[in-house]
Ligand binder design. Structure first.
Ligand SMILES: [Cu+2]
Length: 413
């Protein structure tokens, strides 16, 4: 990012629009005439069902509420779940959902729509976008059809809910199973094979690693962190276990990294901190094959950020989740569940809540575990999970290029 080279620059981070497959227009945000900008359009034949593969590829951190026409969720993050029908569900940055849309309405209905509405901080800008579903008698004749289609105009105002008393899934600001709100932990794994699958509730973990986060604003120091979202000379800094991740000078998988001053919670006692935060390359070492719980908890819910954590190299199981009060009293809805848990690789931690994920460390290597809100990752909210030792990892091909920090000479000095 260019801001890395200009520490101290004031950056106002905001979102102007949401697009579906590059299409869309929000009349509240654009001066352009939205009537002439095409929306993402899908032609569906009556009485057929269509699989949509949804990817939340935003770089910002606003949950996206997806609503549409008779939705059935069948997979998340590529892992199948038993089909469940919802009116709406929330997608966090990095999450993927496979949904089936059924065109089983009567033939008087010619169109329906998909609505993607950004919530939380993005509600201020009333951000939403629509996609169109057009029902046709014969999909093979759609080609002729396209040029005659009118723009879809009957769009809901931002604050109007898609449906009264809608069943909403994955709403991380609300308690799971309260009212109509379900969480991803309510989905049930379906036939996931390999080391990520099976019922890991029944497996006793070898280790539990608590990962807490306390995002705060620190006094700006150009030698320690970059400028992002600067407010009155204080910069946002996002940690994991009070460590702001700094980069490593070499890629550990392909080069000797024995000199890299990796750190984690157990090494911090003798290191200096700035306002309680440590700046170092955060690394958690796991043994190959052990079963591990990460207990993620958000203890700063006044900030109202939903951190969506993504794990490279692994699918993990959602063993438990809820509010911190529920964790302390073992009263989450999932505490006594027995069904095989949902498998995912990206999970939003409820505001003021926790998630327990479990995985078998079967994939050796260096893997990033990070908040998928890009700015958070950039300002420290990431770490490396190293599984196994180098003898258990694949070595780099012969002649593989190497790299390291580069400090060019200053010309004219
Ligand atoms: Cu985050």
């Amino acid at each position: 990012m260019a801001s890395e080279f200009f520490p101290g620059i004031y950056l106002k981070i905001t979102v102007h629009d949401i697009l579906i497959n590059g299409h869309g227009c929000n009349p509240k945000q654009n001066t352009t005439n939205c009537d002439v900008i095409p929306l993402s359009t899908y032609y569906m034949q009556y009485n057929k069902s269509y699989r949509f593969r949804l990817i939340n590829s935003q770089t910002y951190g606003c949950p996206l509420e997806f609503t549409g026409h008779n939705l059935t969720v069948i997979a998340t993050d590529g892992y199948p779940v038993k089909p469940v029908t919802f009116d709406a569900f929330l997608m966090l940055s990095g999450e993927r959902y496979d949904v089936v849309v059924h065109a089983n309405n009567d033939r008087n209905k010619k169109e329906a729509y998909i609505r993607v509405r950004a919530l939380n901080k993005c509600a201020l800008n009333k951000l939403q976008v629509f996609g169109r579903i057009i029902f046709v008698e014969d999909q093979l004749k759609v080609e002729k059809f396209i040029s005659h289609v009118r723009p879809y105009t009957d769009q809901l105002d931002y604050h109007v809910p898609f449906k009264q008393n809608a069943v909403v899934m994955n709403h991380p600001t609300l308690n799971c199973r309260i009212g109509n709100h379900l969480c991803v932990a309510d989905l049930k794994q379906k036939g996931v094979r390999g080391p990520s699958g099976g019922n890991m509730r029944e497996v006793r973990p070898n280790r539990e690693i608590p990962i807490r986060f306390f995002p705060k604003r620190l006094k700006f120091q150009p030698s320690h962190f970059h400028a992002t979202d600067m407010v009155v000379n204080r910069a946002a800094a996002n940690d994991m276990n009070k460590i702001i991740m700094t980069g490593t000078p070499v890629p550990g998988l392909t080069q000797d990294d024995s000199f890299v001053p990796y750190c984690n919670e157990s090494t911090l006692a003798n290191e200096t901190a700035i306002e309680g935060m440590h700046f170092c390359p955060h690394l958690i070492q796991l043994k190959l094959g052990e079963v591990v719980d990460f207990l993620l908890s958000d203890v700063t819910y006044e900030l109202e950020d939903i951190h969506s954590f993504h794990f490279h190299g692994y699918g993990f199981q959602i063993i438990d989740m809820g509010k911190l009060e529920q964790y302390k009293t073992n009263t989450t809805p999932y505490y006594n569940d027995t069904h095989p848990p949902t498998v995912k690789d990206t999970i939003g931690v409820p505001i003021g809540g926790f998630v327990r994920i479990r995985f078998r460390a079967s994939n050796p290597g260096y893997w990033m575990f990070h908040c998928h809100f890009e700015i958070h990752m950039y300002i420290g909210m990431r770490l490396i999970v190293r599984v196994g030792d180098k003898s258990q990892m694949r070595s780099a091909p012969v002649g593989f290029p190497s790299c390291s920090d580069y400090l060019p000479p200053v010309i004219g000095m």
